[in-house]
Design a protein around this ligand. Structure first.
Ligand code: NI
Length: 254
């Protein structure tokens, strides 16, 4: 069974056929989905989806690309949303230094830190987006030694992965591990203990081979589970079951 621990089904691209797609996913062995928010409105939408569909859970948070001009009222609204019983994490939050027109580093760090504080206050784990900001992201989470979290779509080195799983954090792997140019990925995946690995579609983006460029869906995650299975010398069903269990443990879903 698959637990897609990171999928943006609140995206309007799914509006025409979401219910039918979810029925197909269930038939195809997707047992759980975690839908993170990227700003207040998508966080609200994630909570609505979690209310509507039994196998969907939500996280709420403000993505670094969306963090410009965040106010105290926004943090209060997030706190309110986070009290919903099906909200199991704060995310996705973090740092993104890739795009030049993103909010400045200082502003990103301020909003990231405030949301880490919120997670600590509410005793929730965090979903971290780290793009080209490895050193600053690590420094930030070190300020919160009592938090646990996942580095979503992990793109760091074997060494960085080790720093994270040794603290009890999780590493999320997505479609790009199936791409031909992903030379580092098998080595990194093999270095991470199987009980620290989560699989994520990041739908609608990051579709695995052979669906690259298409609107992503959670059952295609089997291609990522296959890479985990290969790297760890286990069967596909063992890789699916291990990551399914990891996701439930991490998000404390009974
Ligand atoms: Ni995402």
């Amino acid at each position: 069974m698959i637990f897609d621990t990171h999928a943006h089904y609140d995206d309007p691209i799914y509006d025409p056929d979401r219910a039918r797609l979810f029925a197909e996913l269930k038939e195809n062995g997707v047992g759980l989905i975690l839908n993170p928010g990227c700003d207040l409105s998508s966080s609200r939408r994630a909570v609505e989806l979690a209310e509507e569909y039994d196998f969907v859970y939500a996280a709420v948070g403000i993505h670094p690309e969306e963090c410009g001009g965040v106010t105290e009222a926004d943090y209060d609204a997030l706190r309110q949303l986070a009290r919903h019983p099906k909200v199991v994490a704060i995310g996705e939050i973090g740092l993104d230094y890739h795009w030049e027109d993103n909010p400045g580093k200082e502003e990103q760090q301020t909003v990231f830190r405030r949301q880490l504080q919120l997670a600590r206050e509410l005793s929730l784990p965090v979903i971290v987006h780290d793009r080209e900001a490895h050193a600053d992201s690590l420094a930030m989470i070190r300020e919160f030694p009592d938090l646990d979290g996942v580095f979503h779509c992990f793109s760091g080195s074997v060494e960085m992965a080790k720093l994270l799983w040794q603290r009890g954090w999780y590493l999320g792997f997505d479609g790009p591990v199936t791409y031909k140019n992903a030379r580092k990925a098998p080595e990194v995946i093999a270095s991470v203990p199987l009980d620290r690995i989560l699989i994520e579609s990041d739908a609608p983006w990051l579709s695995p081979v052979p669906y690259r460029g298409k609107r992503n869906r959670s059952d295609w995650l089997r291609a990522v589970a296959e890479k985990i299975a290969e790297s760890h010398g286990v069967s596909l069903s063992e890789a699916e079951d291990a990551t399914f269990y990891n996701g439930r443990r991490f998000y404390r879903i009974p």
